[in-house]
Write a protein that binds this ligand. Structure first.
Ligand code: ADP
Length: 160
């Protein structure tokens, strides 16, 4: 039996970093379809609007096959069901990510037992990279060229 593997990679991506992109590049080779789900997440008070965040990702992955980038504002399990996804993909950086992600993974399993949460680790050089760091550095005029793609760098330079 050939089961179609569709993975959802959810996050705020405010903005997307080389860490997120590293995970996406690794993940496309493991599944048939990868949906990057960009959470509206107004509670986090994002610096960039959701369409801008979607645009940055699309521009950065245009050379990859089998990847879609969509905004979402619903329960993740509902979004996954809507798109016939069977995998929730999460990136793990440090141990500090683990406890929260474990709780979240178990909660999502309670909501839908047929969805598997899969954790992937990025390349070592991106293990300490976060969108919050990038925003803080850019705000103070620091160089973020080794952390984010050029379109994001340009976006950050306009508002910092
Ligand atoms: P943040 O946690 O920085 O606010 P997001 O909500 O956008 O970022 O994260 C989306 C997903 O990407 C999460 O699974 C998160 O653990 C993962 N992630 C974030 N930064 C990295 C990174 N540098 N390397 C690997 N995974 C990452």
């Amino acid at each position: 039996m050939n089961i179609q593997r569709t993975a959802i990679y959810p996050g705020t991506f405010d903005p997307v970093t080389f860490g997120h992109l590293d995970i996406m590049r690794r993940a496309v080779s493991l599944c048939d379809r990868l949906i990057v789900a960009v959470a509206l997440n107004p509670k986090k008070n994002p610096l960039f609007g959701v369409q801008e965040r979607v645009g940055f990702i699309k521009e950065s992955v245009h050379d990859l096959q089998g990847i879609e980038v969509l905004p979402f504002d619903t329960l993740l399990t509902g979004f996954a069901e809507l798109h016939n996804a069977n995998i929730i993909l999460k990136g793990l950086r440090a141990v500090s990510d683990f406890e929260y992600e474990l709780q979240m993974g178990l909660m999502n399993r309670n909501l839908n037992d047929s969805l598997e949460t899969v954790f992937m680790i990025p390349s070592q050089e991106y293990s300490f990279l976060s969108s919050s760091f990038v925003k803080e550095i850019a705000k103070h005029g620091g160089d973020v060229s080794k952390m984010v793609p050029p379109c994001v760098q340009e976006g950050l330079s306009k508002i910092s």
